[in-house]
Ligand binder design. Sequence first.
Ligand code: DMJ
Length: 619
Amino acid sequence: MYGSPQKRDFISFTVTKEDDKTIKRQSCWRVWRRMSRLQKNIISFLLAIGIVLCIYILLHRKASTSGMENAVKAPPWDYGVGEDYVHFENDGQPGKKADRNKEDIANVNHPDTVNEVDQDNNVDEPVIHQPGGDDDEDDGEDEKQNENHKIPIKHQPKYGPQNKKQEAVLAAFQHAWKAYKAYAWGHDELKPVSKSWNEWFNLGLTLIDSLDTMILLGLKKEFLEARDWVANDMNIKPRKDVNLFETTIRVLGGLLSAYHLSDEPVFLEKAILLGNELLPCFGSKSSIPYADVNLMTGVAKAPKWGPDSTVSEVTTIQLEFRDLSFTTGDMRYKEAVDKVSTHIHNLPKANGLVPIFINANNGQFRARSTVTFGARGDSYYEYLLKQWIQTSKSETMFLDDYLNAMNGAKEKLVRTSEPSKLTFIGELLSGERFSAKMDHLACFLPGTLALGYKNGLDEWHLQMAKDLIHTCYQTYARTATKLSPEISHFNMVPGTKGDDIIIKPADAHNLLRPETVESLLYMYRITGDEIYRKWGWEIFQAFEKHTKLPHGYSSIGNVQNVKDPGIRDKMESFFLGETLKYFFLLFSDDENLISFDKYVFNTEAHPLPIRDSQGKIVQ
Ligand code: DMJ
């Protein structure tokens, strides 16, 4: 017997190592065969438990080193006392650590890629840039470290205010935030008069919209508190019908932007969860998504008020979904919105302009609906240009559509008023009848035109931008409060005296909207003309004077009534997300603070990185 000492002696003298193994295997087999059934059962049971335990330990180890786990349980690094602006002082370019986290998080949807990622990116140290800009003067050793730990940094913007005007904007933000924190924390909007809140989607809109603004303003403590709310209290699946567009631009865009600027994995984790919950909207019969989805049930549908989706809404989700895909490696989001873009691109259009409604079931524009650069049309045009820029000009379909639309706008919609010859952009009612009506929302256009010019488009784009921003400014400067109404009508009758701008009582409200300030930022950065900062400062002061309350800021009902502007008891989330952010950037002397060469702002002022044609972030 191989098991007996005698045989073992003999065999050990004559066989090779391999034969020895064979003998051991055979002897094990014999031992096994000699066992009783009970013994075999016990051993099999123990073996099974052992295997399950091993698998569990292996998986657990993998998870605890992944960004996903970090995101939920603890931040990837500590913000210790005295580490002011630590990590806020990078240029928003994620480092290697962030890449690893991103890819690990992406593996929520791609579990099969976990091993590859871990092998490639086993870096444990976070990217930390100390205050004082020392990183700019790295010696050889540090440079070597940079190579290992982060994308080389060309410029380190200083977050936080650098001058008096920015300090004033910071103070405005702090005033608004203090009230939001005290009376509306985690809710969608502050009601500054009744000192309570308003709920729209139950997603903490103001908090999410404010995240990246707080980074820019250098509000570290507030940012971290908000981050903790996102990590611990944010419910991505409220029992609520939410609007795909609004949720995408404010929440998905806000989370992605906060992620890119902070490298905090929790924002990407939540963005992925939210992106997944929004995907049912794309299950319509056509390529056009439904307008609404219930985040808890996943049921998507047309809005309550009618069968159609809004054209600007279905075409203003692409920057965010594309960014989510490129950040995670999960192409489902990009593919969903690409279908929408291709579909709209292929629909016939008059002069490159689009009607404002489209049916999600048959995929057709609603015949005879209004053409406008205001409500429901606006950001279709904005995202044509910005998608071309986001993709480093590789997706030329968007440029073609944008150029057609701008030519169409110039020919069909842009007119001058009397007697001052203000250039404005009107609308086509029923798709054909000109109306000299301009929403404040359309004041995004000068900024977009200037951005196009900066990216190589014809000089006339800049000229039209200059003419239009002058008019947008006039809609502020000519009212009693120096704040713009929601809608302006323009006098076009030659030879008349009086004002060019007519404000109807129903249109006289001001919602703290950002579009004019946004365009002033583009105009200032692209032309360098100080007049745009001067106008911006006037507008800022008007907001301070007429919309500031003891507890936050509020929309007002009548811009023509200085004594009683009709406080409306609502602070929109975009006041913190957009208006104050654009003011802060406008008054910055550093054009590299969220450089237009590296970032493209989504329509809610959340900067997303420009990428090359492969989706890699441009340095
Ligand atoms: C914001 O939600 C966005 O800027 C959107 O594009 C238009 N409406 C508001 C601000 O006015």
